[in-house]
Design a protein around this ligand. Structure first.
Ligand SMILES: Cc1cc2nc3c(=O)[nH]c(=O)nc-3n(C[C@H](O)[C@H](O)[C@H](O)COP(=O)(O)O)c2cc1C
Ligand code: SF4
Length: 518
């Protein structure tokens, strides 16, 4: 059997030099006259080890990383094709501590299989969920998804089964499934990783959603900054269509479902579901007032399921192993697993899929290994640019929608960004207001005007102009934005601002000018 070498084609790994490593491996194979197959797999998400090269040996896969092009010659000299020892040797990938403690349901194949091989996908359990779905009635599929407890992974945590039931119960001549792959939150990359590393799982999830609701057409709306994900998804859709996974008779059944990939133009607000629908329709991405809900009147005025990539990609395992299996993981009303993305100033950045319930402290200190700078962790922003900053005092908060809400925070798309003690939280609060001012769609006053006023107030505070007055003003402004904005962009910007102010009050009391000059 010819040796198989796995070198990630994932954009995170490419950014860390995977293409140069692949080139060096090809050159070395040619020079040594060795025949081998190079598979461009996805990443397993341990980015501190990328580019992570793996070889398939008689005793299973052996990983090496992070591999530099200059390591390649010596890797061959050490017999890496059969798992030989080398300074970059990591052993079996699933025994690497960062990966070993994870529960991989949604990401089970990511980094393991060849992303564009449907045979590989099937050999690793792919399409079983869809096979089960085509043998059920739509109501039975919706029931399974509802009973699994799956909640939207895009941010709001709305129960997926209830959303699907609304679309199923709404009659129309045409319905749509829209996949939200805009992934605009800071520190998030789970959607991108799955689209690049296991695209068929998303296609399978969308096809199941179509069968469950009576929708025959799907769109995947991918942000323009993800060219690799766009290319992989487009190829995967073509392959799935040729193989009869998509089309007029899905897996030979009477169900019809097809989809296409659309590329967004690059605005944070286009991740908001109604702005996304406007953008898909070719309009300027602006938030629509609700009602009507997209489930009643969505894309082109038709009933539409709009779900995040991870919500949809989690459906195949539910339909394969059953609602009870999935529901068994997690805590409280947060069931199943969630891919936590650890970024910022952290020693071990990457994606960690785990059952809900792990504490923030375990994620930051144990899995993330603390800061990359080695300085103390000061704050962790959870849930993207609209998420609250958590101080160490709140590190016992379990990763659970309700537990985070109880601490005035949110899980959002499960991105966490770590800051060390050099972070200036007043600057971070200003950044939140500035971000809102730049990204605001402009439809409502609290967000459009409030964010700009917020920047001005925080600037006055940093210049020490009547600080108590500015703090009262920004608090009042945050209340107006929170309760008066039409969507969560304006409505949640107060979370990072107020959490920074409440948890780090010292940063909001700049040193008096005279004192600073001493
Ligand atoms: C400003 C803003 C940006 C958003 N960006 C995204 C995004 O990039 N991806 C996403 O899935 N949801 C995003 N959402 C949430 C969506 O509006 C919506 O709740 C989600 O797509 C529903 O899918 P889910 O139920 O599967 O989570 C955003 C919301 C707001 C207010
Ligand atoms: S809150 Fe901001 S982004 Fe949302 S509708 Fe209002 S102006 Fe637009």
């Amino acid at each position: 059997m010819i040796p198989r070498i796995y070198i990630p084609g994932d954009s995170g790994a490419l950014a860390l030099g995977a293409e140069k490593v692949a080139k060096a491996v090809r050159a070395e194979l040619a020079e040594r006259g060795i025949e081998a197959k190079i598979v461009r797999n996805g990443s397993r998400g341990a980015y501190f080890l990328e580019p992570m090269v793996e070889v398939a040996t008689a005793n299973g896969r052996v990983a090496y990383g992070p591999v530099k092009p200059s390591d390649v010659k010596s890797l061959f000299d050490c017999g890496f094709l059969t798992g030989g020892h080398h300074k970059r040797w990591l052993g079996a990938p699933d025994k690497i501590p960062f990966l070993a403690r994870q529960t991989r349901l949604t990401f089970a194949r990511c980094g393991v299989t060849d992303p564009l091989s449907l045979d590989h996908y099937k050999a690793h359990g792919g399409l079983k969920g869809l096979q089960n779905a085509v043998a059920m009635t739509p109501a039975e599929v919706v029931k399974q998804v509802t009973e699994s407890g799956l909640r939207g992974r895009g941010g709001a945590g709305f129960p997926t089964g209830i959303k699907w039931k609304t679309v199923l119960d709404t009659s129309a001549d045409r319905k749509y499934i829209v996949c939200n792959a805009d992934e605009g939150d800071s520190g998030t990359f789970a959607d991108r990783m799955i689209m690049e590393g296991d695209p068929f799982v998303l296609i399978e999830g969308m096809a199941i959603a179509g069968i469950a609701t009576g929708a025959t057409k799907g769109f995947i709306y991918i942000r323009s900054e993800y060219p690799h994900a766009v290319a992989v998804m487009q190829k995967a859709v073509e392959i799935a269509r040729k193989a009869g996974v998509l089309g007029v008779n899905v897996l030979g059944s009477a169900n019809s479902f097809d989809m296409e990939v659309r590329v967004g133009a690059g605005a944070y607000v286009c991740g908001e579901e109604t702005a996304l629908l406007d953008s898909l329709e070719g309009k300027r991405g602006q938030v629509r007032a609700k009602p009507p809900l997209p489930a009643h009147k969505g894309l082109f005025g038709k009933p539409t399921v709009i779900n995040n990539v991870i919500s949809l990609a989690s459906v195949p395992v539910i339909m394969d192993k059953g609602a009870a299996f999935y529901k068994d993981f997690g805590m409280g009303r947060s069931r199943g697993t969630i891919p936590i993305q650890i970024a910022g100033n952290v020693k071990y950045p990457g994606l960690c899929e785990a059952a809900f319930g792990m504490t923030l402290g375990e994620i930051v200190d144990d899995i993330g290994g603390g800061t990359a700078t080695g300085r103390p962790v000061k704050a962790v922003q959870v849930g993207g640019p609209l998420g609250a900053y958590f101080p160490r005092a709140l590190f016992d908060t379990p990763f659970d929608y309700e537990a985070f809400a109880a601490k005035d925070g949110l899980i959002g798309h499960a991105g966490i960004v770590v800051f060390d003690d050099s972070a200036d939280m007043l600057k971070q609060a200003r950044f939140a207001m500035e971000f809102c001012a730049i990204e605001s769609c402009g439809k409502c006053t609290p967000c459009r005007i409030g964010s700009t006023r917020g920047v001005e107030v925080l600037d006055r505070l940093s210049q020490n102009v009547e600080p108590e007055k500015q703090i009262a003003l920004v608090t009042d402004l945050c209340n107006t934005m929170k309760f008066g904005s039409l969507c969560a962009l304006g409505g949640f910007t107060p979370y990072p601002v107020m959490s920074a102010l409440n948890h780090f009050p010292d940063d909001f009391r700049p040193t008096p000018v005279a004192e600073a000059a001493e």
